[in-house]
Design a protein around this ligand. Structure first.
Ligand SMILES: [Zn+2]
Ligand SMILES: [Zn+2]
Ligand SMILES: [Zn+2]
Length: 178
């Protein structure tokens, strides 16, 4: 458990984390309001402000169901705020969100999703459907740990294994003609 977590964020997730070890649990994406609250708390615990713009960017990220680029988010935030918001500003905020573990970046899609576990660090696995663009987010840390130990065995210091699997989701598979 990272030590930067505030008691507030910890208690919010304590019930969810319970006695399970990190590698044995899954996170269901909380409702948007709850997730925004948890994100705001995590940011404040790091001494980061939760400004109107940051809240709007996070809200847009939650509202856009599929992984979103900074441009997608900027588009929606501009609509919501009724003024033009540059993708560059959104990009900087999204990178801050990633650094604070309240959003995750899917590197192979150049896109972002809200983090279902702002209070918990994982080597997240993404299953990306190339047909419909949906992304499933799994937390099975044994895979990341294997990758880390292989890298360590080479005298390499692994910081962040990326595990992104492209393919077809179950829904698209079922809709494919025989
Ligand atoms: Zn977790
Ligand atoms: Zn995860
Ligand atoms: Zn699909």
């Amino acid at each position: 458990m990272p030590e930067w977590l505030s008691g507030v964020v910890l208690s919010r997730f304590a019930r969810h984390i319970g006695t399970m070890t990190v590698s044995e649990h899954q996170h269901a994406l909380p409702q948007r309001g709850d997730l925004s609250l948890a994100a705001a708390e995590a940011m404040k615990a790091h001494g980061e402000q939760w400004t109107e713009m940051r809240a709007a960017v996070f809200g847009a990220l939650c509202e856009l169901k599929t992984p979103s680029s900074a441009y997608d988010v900027a588009e929606l935030v501009s609509q919501k705020l009724g003024r033009r918001v540059a993708a560059n500003s959104v990009y900087r905020i999204l990178d801050l969100f990633v650094a604070q573990n309240i959003a995750l970046r899917i590197e192979s899609c150049n896109a972002y999703v809200p983090n279902a576990h702002p209070g918990c660090m994982h080597d997240c696995i993404f299953l990306i459907c190339d047909a419909c663009g949906s992304v499933e987010h799994l937390d099975e840390d044994s895979v990341g740990q294997s990758v880390r130990s292989i890298a360590s065995g080479q005298g390499f210091a692994p910081m962040r294994p990326l595990i992104e699997v492209h393919g077809r989701c179950g829904t698209c598979l079922n809709e494919m003609p025989d």
